[in-house]
Design a protein around this ligand. Structure first.
Ligand code: EPU
Length: 417
């Protein structure tokens, strides 16, 4: 098990370069197997979620070559086998193999996906989409089999604009016969990135990034070269860190529009941001004003950033509120922040942060990925030493987090315990 020891309280200065997006690459890797030729994906982050998906590819006899920042995936010798839970439980995004294998072979058998415990996270909308395309779904002892004689384009309305369901249905529909329309589709930038990969491979997808996506089925997908977009959640996490303890901290290689909901909230608090075309420079200041935040689907305030934002709100004079509308159980970082000296109350789906309070280092646990990011920020703000266990959650989604933070002057060490 790994533990992160942070000695907090010193200002951070320099540049943090943002890596490729976790939530894009975890869909791009399964999407690549739809091609009958080689697919090269560059700007691939070196995180454990990427490795877990590459293990699934290798299990399916797909040839994967990893270079410094790229992956070359060739599925010519691929075998469509049942994917057991030892592979699928490592991450949520293993479910993208459902859409991809169903699209390619018209049959997939795999165990339930894993991922952070932040709510019930059902996959009913994915399955309804597959059924609308003509597939039947059976579930025996948590092993799903989804199969179809033929997949036929259909009109699908999503009851909720789910990121996973939108991408999975696109993956299943690109090789189907006829036209599929997904209405109330999710609009996240990761969806546009996946649609662009598929179109580069020869698919016919229009409207990705809007709430109506049209997919005209094609017979075959081919070779392509594709780049992962910068990770907007990693970018947002470090911008928040800069507002807490930055001294001209530059967050580079980003697409600022992707985190506009965050940056406008920070500006409302009184954070001064120098926003360039592909960077943001941020410094900490005093007398931040409290704010109210409500998580929403894109382009609203990202649920993945509400946990990292929470420790910063302990600096505001007055009561801030965060209403979480996407997941039922995304407040597991709060008891630990309170142990560090915060005054935060959670009632139903809303946390109220009463400030300002000073944070002091103590022993805490990263219960999930973004809770972990929240505790890293809190540890860097706090006086004294913070020890975070269950760091494996953080390493699933933040490339070289320790190296990146050391580079800008943070004092921290990753230890085996
Ligand atoms: N939902 C259903 N039924 C479904 C699908 C979703 O009820 O069939 C519900 C979920 O339970 C949840 C809500 O809809 O309450 C949103 O789920 P969505 O499908 O949009 O999320 P996801 O695809 O499971 C992705 C990211 C999450 C991110 C959300 C929202 C990946 C691998 N995960 O999850 O990322 O929070 O979109 O933007 O792309 C993270 O990075 O920490 C993370 C959790």
């Amino acid at each position: 098990m790994k533990m992160l020891e942070i000695k907090g309280g010193n200002p951070l200065n320099g540049t943090i370069r943002i890596s490729g997006s976790k939530n894009s690459v975890v869909a791009l890797i399964p999407a690549a197997i739809l091609s009958t030729e080689e697919v090269t994906i560059c700007n691939v982050p070196d995180i454990t979620d990427t490795s877990a998906l590459c293990e699934i590819l290798e299990f399916l006899n797909v040839d994967v070559k990893r270079a410094t920042e790229s992956l070359v995936i060739n599925s010519v010798n691929m075998e469509n086998k049942e994917i057991p839970s030892m592979y699928t439980k490592k991450l949520r995004a293993s479910y993208y193999f459902m859409g991809a294998l169903l699209g390619k072979y018209k049959k997939v058998t795999m165990a339930l996906p894993g991922g952070c415990s932040i709510g019930a996270r059902p996959i009913n909308l994915h399955l309804k989409g597959f059924e609308a395309l003509g597939a039947t779904v059976t579930n025996k002892d948590n092993i799903y089999t989804v199969e179809a004689k033929d997949l036929k384009g259909a009109n699908i309305y999503l009851d909720f604009a789910s990121v996973g369901a939108t991408i999975n249905i696109m993956l299943a529909a690109v090789l189907a016969k006829g036209t599929t329309i997904i209405d109330n589709a999710a609009k996240e930038p990761e969806i546009v990135n996946v649609a662009t990969l598929l179109n580069n491979m020869g698919a016919k997808i229009r409207g990705a990034g809007t709430s109506s996506i049209e997919i005209v089925g094609v017979e075959k997908l081919g070779k392509c070269f594709h780049e992962v977009i910068p990770d907007r959640i990693e970018a947002g996490t470090y911008v928040i860190l800069g507002a807490a303890v930055g001294n001209n901290l530059k967050i580079s290689n980003i697409i600022p529009e992707h985190i506009e909901a965050l940056t406008s909230k920070l500006e409302e608090m009184g954070v001064f941001l120098d926003i360039g075309t592909d960077y943001i420079i941020v410094s900490s200041s005093k007398n931040y004003k409290p704010v109210n935040v409500k998580t929403q689907t894109y382009p609203g305030f990202a649920t993945d950033l509400q946990q990292p934002l929470t420790p910063l709100l302990t600096m505001c004079r007055g009561r801030s509120k965060i209403e979480e509308t996407i997941y039922e159980n995304r407040f597991m970082h709060i008891p630990y922040l309170n142990q560090m000296g915060a005054d935060i109350r959670v009632k139903t789906q809303t946390s109220t942060i009463i400030g300002p309070t000073k944070l002091t280092g103590t022993d805490v646990v990263a219960t999930d990925l973004r809770a972990g990011a929240s505790l890293v920020i809190a540890g860097l703000m706090a006086s004294g030493t913070t020890r975070i266990t269950n760091v494996e959650h953080i390493l699933r989604g933040y490339e070289n987090i320790v190296e990146k933070l050391l580079e800008v002057g943070a004092k921290l060490e990753l230890k085996e315990v």
